[in-house]
Design a protein around this ligand. Sequence first.
Ligand code: ZN
Length: 388
Amino acid sequence: MINQERIKNLLLELVQIDSVSRKEREVAERIRAICEEMGAEVEIDDAGSKVGGNTGNVIARFPGTIPGAEPIMMSAHMDTVVPGEGVRPVVEGDIIRTDGTTVLGGDDKSGCAVIIETIRCLQEQNVPHAPIDAVFSICEEVGLLGAKHLDLSKVRARYGLVFDSDDPGFLFTKGPSSNHFEFKIFGLESHAGVAPEQGISAIKIAAEGIAAMKLGRIDEETTANIGVIRGGEATNIITNLVLMSGEARSLDEDKLNAQTEHMIKCLTDAAEKYEVTVAGVTTKGRVESVVTREYFAMDVPDSSRVVRLVLDAATRMGLEVKTLASGGGCDANIFNKNGIECANLGTGMRAIHTVKEWLDVKDMYAAAEMTLEIMRLNGETARAAAGG
Ligand SMILES: [Zn+2]
């Protein structure tokens, strides 16, 4: 059994330490101190300096108690979205929420708390277990940057779990690939009242292009969005520049490519309709598109070692865990791409990325109990493999 009071108090402590993305140092130092006290060898890598943050990822290597057992990873991210500073948690029975002015940061401090409580229980209850690499990452919320820059030479494990989703009854094993778009739409500046026929409105090109686009849910595997649009200085100027950013995601690489080309084509088709000649100089509407791959899809089969481990542990507890696909990306996308096979287990966080974020501690307890059983089963398997 886990210690409910202790994990709840740890969560309450962690959410009250500010750690918006790129400013995770204080919580990183606290987690480092906790893990060192628990006997881990802790390093902070140099990811922070690569992404303009004030700390790197915390990598805590805990020794195992089974000779020859292969290390397993447990990972959660330390950063939170905004508004995330000065969090004042409000406890109402089993529900923890905020005072309504900030997010709670249960995303993903509940994951951090589950990892620490599980390892404490393994140690206190002398449960035979494999070595554990606990990876507490930075900057997940701003593009999985901590995971992308994680110093893999400091991580022994090549499989494990990420704790960064809502319902503890779900294990996310598939996630989409994601493309990020930056569009620059060029028109031609002119006086809107005196010489409108000498201008090309970048706003009109953008509007026509967006109106022609399929956006939102494209199909069950694919989504797309234009999230930011900026342009224009005054009502009496025909605007010559609009900046837009957007994204597309899909579990299927071909569908993602098709959606990406579709969005670019809608804008270039709209731009090509516009052309003016002023004093012998011809100007056409024009679009510059920069597409960046944010992350690659993950697809961990149900037959994989880590998924079997979770499902078997759930069965032993008389519980059912479902594997499913997420529409979101998380550190697990990056870890899988970089050779650490992992799936994403829920911890009870709800209404994340809003000031209404809340968490039912019973869900977090359930996630920790499940994780303890997963580590126990993993240890038994390792012992059996080592010949008892
Ligand atoms: Zn998260």
